[in-house]
Ligand binder design. Structure first.
Ligand SMILES: Cc1cc2nc3c(=O)[nH]c(=O)nc-3n(C[C@H](O)[C@H](O)[C@H](O)COP(=O)(O)OP(=O)(O)OC[C@H]3O[C@@H](n4cnc5c(N)ncnc54)[C@H](O)[C@@H]3O)c2cc1C
Length: 512
């Protein structure tokens, strides 16, 4: 017995109100909100849930302050009041989203104390940031701690400041609390499992390979997994395929030449260990290309990054390259010359591709606003909607807007159901768990959470890999337990261990 789920052919010929392509944070959250509104939902993910950009981000749950910064100088807002309004709206969305997530899934978050040096050449002063922070506090309305402080010059007790370059040029330093997504994969999983509780069909390792109109407004989707093919009908299709949004739209006969909607921008992060005094603290600065660079706490480690490069490689193989890791280390060392960065051991790395909204005039895509809707009715394709650049922070806001839009088209559905945002009860699993507890947890992930591999269990269903808690011995126990439940041969078990080791080396530069 290799697979515990029903054969794909079981769904052949079924009809859904909404079919969602892509099981990242946006697809999972949309499935949850649409199922709660009474729609019959299908969510299809070609790899594992939350294994795309959702699992490869900078993991910052922004409080909103960063989005109020001008590009060069504060005076640019005088000539572009529209930009100021858009930034205010974005900051407000972030502040509200942070407050909501902090109050519903605090167990999946971690606070970070982030410092931001303001240099003499910056186009804004400390008191401008004071005003921004006051606005963010108003928008947030006390829902989550912001703990904003400012010091004149470089005289700040924040541990990173004395290690910065150009101390004499520091005009002031601000610091505030931002939250971190400790476990974004679990947030997406909880959402799609809650959708399943409410009647949605959710399938990982199932790809949409064909998308065709069926009548004037409906759709026929051909699905494929490793064994079977099936076709299903849907009244509405949501294209939430991340960097594959264009590829997915262009599957539709007649849409194969439509202009791009998404720009894939690769970003890499690198994990190193810094001395104990930096725990819980982070710093935001600028790299030599004028892009943001962060050094953020991750338990007893810190991660540095990101990079910002156009990506046109294989969508399933977005992996960190040596030259990208070297670039980050060089830039972080230049930002913080007083710290032992260039000789630090690379503990882990990861890479993802941001599904940024395409803009013919901007090589790096349109950064704001987030969550742009592309109703493909413009191209003669009714009831097909793609969403670009929905970030993790605002996934619930995006899902609510999507649901409202679909309600406007499909009309009311069946009776609504209450959404459950609470963290899901999951059996505890640690490297010191007893054999019985490991058996209980692994069986749960295989039978109740759609896991099929050790990577699914250790990298997404639990935070163990990201917490650097996976040893070869523990992996062997997990694989043995999977093998007993799934009746694997010794050869199959060895192949699973090799496959895990290969995955974490290619994707994370971790040698097991
Ligand atoms: C380097 C980097 C840093 C970032 N930093 C932050 C941050 O600090 N904070 C924040 O909030 N956001 C951040 N983001 C943005 C955020 O990670 C993404 O915007 C978000 O995860 C996108 O989610 P998604 O569901 O739209 O896409 P994805 O998570 O990429 O999901 C799309 C899914 O569609 C699937 N798919 C594609 N084609 C098909 C098909 N034909 N059939 C079935 N499935 C298909 C893919 O396998 C994929 O899993 C960052 C992103 C990156 C890359």
């Amino acid at each position: 017995m290799e697979n515990l789920r029903s054969a794909l052919t079981h769904f052949h010929g079924q009809s859904f109100d909404v079919a969602i392509i892509g099981g990242g944070i946006n697809g999972c959250s949309a499935a949850q909100h649409l199922a709660a509104s009474g729609y019959k939902v299908l969510l299809v993910e070609k790899r594992d849930f939350a294994s795309g950009a959702t699992s490869r981000s900078g993991r910052i749950l922004h409080c909103g302050l960063r989005f109020l910064a001008p590009q060069k100088s504060i005076s640019e807002f005088l000539f572009a009041p529209g930009t100021l309004l858009m930034k205010l709206r974005t900051a407000s969305d972030m502040a509200v989203a942070q407050g909501e997530l902090y109050n519903t899934i605090r167990a999946y978050l971690r606070p970070m104390d982030i410092a931001l040096p303001i240099y003499k050449h910056a186009g804004y002063s400390g008191w401008h940031v004071d005003i921004g922070a006051a606005l963010v506090r108003l928008m947030n309305r006390g829902r989550s701690p912001i703990n904003y402080r400012r010091w004149k010059g470089a005289a700040s007790p924040h541990p990173f400041i004395r290690h910065l370059a150009n101390q004499g040029d520091i005009r002031s330093v601000v610091a505030f609390t931002d939250q971190q997504f400790r476990w974004p994969e679990r947030i997406a999983l909880d959402a799609c499992l809650n959708a399943e509780d409410m009647g949605a069909v959710i399938r990982n390792y199932t790809q949409v390979v064909k998308l065709e109109k069926s009548g004037k407004t409906s759709w026929k989707l051909t699905l494929a997994d490793s064994e079977h093919k099936a076709s299903v009908d849907a009244r509405y299709v949501l294209n939430l395929a991340g960097i594959e949004i264009d590829r997915t739209n262009r599957m539709v006969p007649g849409l194969d030449n439509i202009p791009p909607r998404v720009r894939a921008m690769k970003g890499v992060h690198v994990l190193i260990r810094l001395p104990e005094e930096f725990r819980g603290h982070g710093i935001a600065g600028e790299n030599s290309e004028g892009e943001h660079i962060f050094c953020l706490p991750w338990g007893e480690y810190h991660y540095l990054g990101p990079t910002e490069t156009f990506y046109d490689g294989h969508p399933d193989e977005v992996t960190p390259l040596d030259e990208e890791i070297d670039f980050i280390i060089r830039e972080a060392q230049a930002l913080l010359p007083g710290l032992p960065i260039k000789d630090a051991k690379i503990e882990m790395a990861w890479a993802g591709a941001r599904p940024i909204t395409f803009d013919a005039n901007r090589a790096k895509g349109k950064r704001l606003p987030f969550s742009i809707f592309h109703d493909m009715v413009d191209q003669g394709a009714r009831n097909l909607l793609a969403v670009t650049w929905g970030i993790i922070v605002n996934h619930r806001q995006t899902a609510r807007r999507v649901t409202k839009k679909i309600k406007g088209v499909l009309g009311a559905a069946g009776p609504g159901k209450p959404i459950n945002y609470s963290p899901r009860e999951v059996p505890a699993l640690t490297p010191t768990s007893s054999a019985a507890d490991i058996e209980h947890a692994v069986r749960h992930f295989l039978t109740a959470e759609h896991a099929t591999s050790a990577v699914d269990i250790l990298c997404r269903r639990t935070p163990l890999f990201w917490d650097k808690a996976v040893t070869p011995e523990f992996l062997a126990k997990i694989v043995d337990t999977m093998g007993s439940i799934l009746h694997w041969s010794d050869r199959r078990r060895h192949a699973e261990i090799d496959s895990f080791a290969d995955y974490v080396w290619r994707n994370h530069r971790v040698e097991l």
